[in-house]
Design a binder for this molecule. Structure first.
Ligand code: PLP
Length: 353
């Protein structure tokens, strides 16, 4: 689906930018001055626009509020050494949004307009991109059903919106994971491979339980046997065992992470073998016990690489590793590409000029 209308731009003359302390940005609480919006009704997307960020009037019967037809994306804008804004693989997020839309019975959003909307917003908000190493402007594209209707069917009107929030540098401490054997995040045939809002709602309570036990994140296991590792909190997961990397295979229940795909490419470029296959918790326990488990890390847009220290269950603690040299190297390489400091061999960066 394409859209021929140009993006209409209305700028605010009241920027909040100068009231923000860029040395101390509270995560996820500060939003830039504008947002991108597009409406879907009568079977098509129309009226793409950038306008001052503000409240969106919502009917109390809006279907997203009742039936959860809501999906989102997460990505970051950075700047190169000349201050030109850069987007990391935006087409991958556009494609994933449409995969989620299909699964959730929502209309696809034109991929070229997704990228154009991001570019227009980032261009207008470029002074909001934090300059410190490791910081970025977090971008949150999302789509939800805004049709007022009580009844179970796909909605006929939707909104697609992009908002932006500056995020300071993220210093990854080593994390401890709780392998959850009672609750699950997703099952094959469910919505786990879609970035559907409801997946995150279902994860909130188990995450609170893991945190109350002193862990940082939930290690999600498969729905049938609680035996296979799926992912970590809002990250995909990699293990290095006896010199080789292994990551859970996409089975329809895990998210197809943009960072996961990029890390696989970088590891292969560094001549590591990377297997995408089922990984059981007992394989990781055995590797820890026989000394072949060398490192493990989570991968995701928000954090980059999160180094894993240990995995606990209700019965045992599996020590992973105290250092992650390859994870660190991958994190440095990714950051260097995202800040334009190293060659973009894989053609991942899109300049916003
Ligand atoms: C459940 C889940 N898994 C994995 C990821 C990592 O995906 P990406 O690398 O695209 O951020 C995310 C974050 O979006 C997530 O929410």
């Amino acid at each position: 689906m394409t859209i021929s209308e140009p993006i209409k731009i209305t700028k605010t003359n009241l920027s909040k930018r100068d009231s923000v302390d860029f040395d101390n940005i509270p995560l996820g609480r500060v939003f830039t001055d504008h947002m991108f919006i597009c409406d879907f009704n009568n079977g098509q997307w129309n009226n793409p626009r950038v306008e001052p960020l503000g409240m969106i009037p919502t009917h109390p019967a809006a279907m997203a509020l009742h039936y959860g037809q809501a999906i989102f994306e997460g990505m970051k804008a950075t700047t190169d050494k000349d201050g030109t804004p850069l987007l990391f693989r935006p087409a991958k997020n556009a494609q994933r949004l449409n995969f989620s839309a299909q699964r959730m019975g929502m209309p696809e959003f034109p991929e070229d307009l997704f990228v154009e909307g991001l570019k227009e917003l980032v261009k207008i908000e470029s002074h909001w991109i934090p300059k410190k190493d490791g910081s970025a402007l977090y971008l949150r594209p999302f789509m939800y059903a805004d049709e007022p209707f009580i009844g179970m069917r796909a909605a006929t009107s939707f909104k697609f919106i992009i908002i932006a929030s500056p995020a300071g540098p993220f210093f990854s401490k080593r994390i401890r994971l709780y392998a959850e054997k009672k609750y699950i995040r997703a099952a094959e045939g469910g919505t786990g491979e879609a970035k559907a809002a409801g997946n995150y709602a279902a994860a909130i309570r188990p995450t609170e339980i893991a945190k109350a036990k002193g862990y940082d994140q939930v290690l999600w296991l498969d729905a049938h046997e609680h035996k296979y590792i799926q992912e970590v909190g809002t990250m995909n997961i990699f293990f290095k065992i006896d010199g080789k990397f292994v990551t859970p295979k996409r089975d329809g229940a895990i998210l197809d992470g943009v960072t996961r795909d990029s890390v696989i490419t970088l590891l292969k470029h560094m001549n590591y073998s990377v297997e995408e296959r089922p990984v059981t918790l007992s394989e990781i326990r055995n590797a820890s016990q026989d000394g072949t488990l060398e490192e493990a890390f989570g991968t995701g847009t928000a954090v980059g690489i999160a180094y894993i220290q240990e995995i606990g269950t209700s019965e045992e603690t599996i020590h992973v590793s105290d250092e992650s040299p390859v994870g660190l190297e991958i994190n440095n390489r990714l950051n260097a590409i995202k800040s334009g400091k190293s060659e973009d061999h894989f053609n991942w960066m899109l300049k916003v000029e």
